[in-house]
Design a binder for this molecule. Structure first.
Ligand code: GLY
Length: 413
């Protein structure tokens, strides 16, 4: 791949956008997309010969850290490449997207991970939407079948993880379900429409209903993990793995919930899910600890009275409370979809603030820096002392999706 082909593609894109609009929002998005093309080219160069490895974050020395095809984040980079193809119509990006999508195929038989939705729907799913390639369709249907094997009718949920436990608990989880799992339902809704078989839809709706019942609190914040008895379906534990405390609001979990329930409303048309998405969004946006730039702290309740951390990592050594840009990127994208259904200006304006904050020098990396990632200042799992204040591949993916939605969403006057 030659850099000049990418730059030429970007140039064509400028002409197209420039001809159709002089609107400042569109110019802003256009500048960010050109930046994303150039920075992703840097990423591809730095990936070089790392055969079979997918970008994930950075190591302590700032160099690229990667995952194999079975890591939960493997689909985000191919998804980013498909989005760049969609946004620029430049076939160079399609070539790269195909190259980075196809090696994920073995995940179609992956029954050990609920995150096959992330891995496969963001890669093959985006590819199928753009190309209608039947082989992608078949791979996705098989992936949906694999995900379905994790549904337990006693629990009325899809199992997220194979065991685990909260850092401070003695209880070992038997059937843990995490709020993040809402995101994987999109693959099942797609499979139902594509095959005409309602079983996928029914499982997705059942899982969403169980999540409303057991993950959500009265104030519409959510638990990260709910553990069930796989025989009786009874709740064994309500806890956190990546948040500050069991009863706290982990920022990315809240963002997954807003995005997930907005998507379930899109797929079902049932206003119950729209109402949940709105209330989860209102919790996020009206939270007193949300900074003015609307990029949340990694958890809304860090260090507050009534919230006790149970993990050992000494976060006081950091000397500050890290943000999570990935939570903002996910929320911004979700809020723009939520705006379409509600026309509530607060959702549009908040998404715009988040996107502009993320695109500012504070969060957006200088060209060639940041190991080729677009955004800085995300937090993967602070309680584990892992990926603190770093780039994360999913922050970039949802930032690009949010930019694309921003480009295509006009605010009603
Ligand atoms: N789904 C895992 C995470 O959000 O970190």
């Amino acid at each position: 791949m030659r850099n000049s082909r990418f730059i030429f593609g970007s140039f064509i894109f400028i002409l197209l956008v420039g001809c159709t609009s002089v609107d400042s929002r569109k110019k802003f998005v256009e500048e960010n997309i050109i930046y994303a093309c150039e920075q992703t080219h840097c990423m591809l160069t730095s990936l070089g010969e790392t055969q079979g490895r997918y970008p994930r974050s950075t190591k302590k020395d700032g160099s690229l850290s990667t995952t194999d095809i079975y890591g939960w984040t493997s689909g985000f980079f191919p998804g980013t490449l498909w989005m760049l193809y969609e946004l620029t119509n430049d076939s160079c990006w399609k070539e790269k997207a195909v190259e980075w999508t196809l090696p994920l195929e073995p995940n179609k038989y992956n029954t050990k991970d609920h995150d096959v939705g992330f891995m496969m729907y963001n890669s093959f799913g985006r590819g199928f939407a753009l190309t209608k390639d039947k082989s992608y369709r078949d791979i996705l249907v098989q992936t949906a079948n694999s995900l379905m094997t994790r549904f337990n009718p006693n629990v009325h949920s899809i199992k997220s993880w194979e065991g685990g436990k909260a850092p401070h608990d003695t209880i070992v989880w038997q059937f843990p379900v995490i709020i993040d799992n809402m995101m994987n339902l999109e693959l099942l809704f797609w499979a139902s429409k594509e095959t005409g078989d309602k079983k996928y839809y029914d499982v997705a709706v059942t899982h969403a209903n169980t999540t409303i019942k057991n993950h959500l609190r009265e104030d519409f914040s959510c638990y990260h993990v709910v553990d069930y008895d796989s025989i009786t379906g009874e709740i064994r534990d309500k806890a956190t793995a990546q948040g500050y405390a069991d009863n706290s609001a982990w920022a990315r979990g809240q963002a997954w919930g807003i995005y997930g329930f907005t998507m379930v409303y899109r797929e079902t048309g049932d206003p119950k899910y729209l109402s949940v998405a709105q209330k989860m969004a209102d919790f996020f946006l009206n939270n007193p600890s949300l900074p003015e730039d609307k990029i949340p702290l990694w958890d809304f309740n860090v260090g507050q009275d009534g919230y006790t951390k149970g993990w050992k990592f000494d976060d006081t050594k950091l000397g500050y409370i890290p943000r999570d840009a990935s939570a903002a990127a996910i929320a911004a994208s979700a809020l723009l979809e939520l705006y379409q259904y509600t026309k509530s200006p607060e959702y549009y304006d908040s998404a715009a603030t988040m996107i502009h904050s993320l695109a500012s020098d504070l969060y957006r990396a200088k060209l060639g820096d940041n190991a080729g990632f677009l955004l800085k200042h995300s937090t993967g799992s602070l309680p584990h002392g892992k990926e603190i204040d770093v780039p994360l591949v999913y922050a970039d993916y949802y930032f690009l999706e949010a930019l694309s939605r921003y480009l295509n969403t006009d605010k009603a006057s």
